[in-house]
Design a protein around this ligand. Sequence first.
Ligand SMILES: [Mn+2]
Length: 385
Amino acid sequence: MDDIIWMGNQPSVKELAKEVGIEKSYPFSKLKDLISSAIKAKRKVHFNPPYRYDNMMLLEELTGIKAAVTKEYASIELINAIVSLRSTKEACEIEEIDKACNIGYEMHTTAMRLCKPGVVEQYIAGVLDGIASSYGCMVSFPTILTQNGQTLHNHYHGNILDKGRMMLTDAGAERVSNYCSDHTRTVPVGGKFDSRQKDVYNIVLACHDKALELAKPGVTYMSVHLEVCKVLAQGLKEIGLMKGNVEEAVAAGAHALFLPHGLGHMMGLDVHDMEDLGQIHVGYDDKVRPSTQFGLSALRMGRELQEGFVITDEPGCYFIPALIDNWRGDKMHTDFLCYDKIEKFKEFGGIRIEDDILITPNGSRFTGEKRIPLTVSEIEDIMSI
Ligand SMILES: [Mn+2]
């Protein structure tokens, strides 16, 4: 009665269980006895790696395994089974992702229209939260919206937008079903790219297009990432920031000064889908193993693509002053990096472009009905309205 008074009629646990297809219920109070007898009978008890402290403590109570080490006893068989179920999206899941992307479209196009000199970042970030809420959703992760896009996960929204800077917005919507969208756009404050911004932007756009061209079933995302890095190095060579042989530069990891993260990750029921189960089980397998090289080691998704995967395509180009100083001081990759020229880009910031793509039988397609303005002219057009 108390629940009804304060919150209205609530579904019973039994009703909730039925909704997800559980026919036979078992009282929670008996769970410990059930597990104890299974352990006594030397049966393996399978559980996921817990990431919430209350679940760690509950697992300690149920299994006798100390909370501090429950993760180490998580079941690899169960993790692999869940990853294989969730990696390939069904039609009803794709429909939810498409709907989340449609809300993402409205969030990003609104951010572009509001991006004017003198506006405080937090105002725009707040409007984006409100758009998600107005569709009964929430944001799929704390919005990244900043004119300091060179900091990859910048959640500080206190700057006043300055003419001459660019605003990077990495944001998405999460539906009640928990399916997400995750897009990034980088736009010039005030609506016009200057020539240097246009040059770097078009290099990142070429990287983004390269991934779309290559992503299809049977291709590893690691190989797509590396091809994208070559497009980046080639473009930076053409504007005088890199030099030497592009293949060798990428093999050495010199381009990672500008792109210290990976091309993308699985996306779906969570924005970094299934990574709470351990990224290694989601993005890698026996054939494709993670690299330890700076930059490539941050690639979350390296394994072979299959039809039905939803992944992000999110290359970027960043000028991180502390990293530039650090590498220059250590004389890192001096055969490939033109530090005198790079020095002049220290105030540039960073650019990232991100779309969510569905792997189809022969290639890939964007998720969502409409593509968020992407090219220099598309962005300048929408920002001039
Ligand atoms: Mn992302």
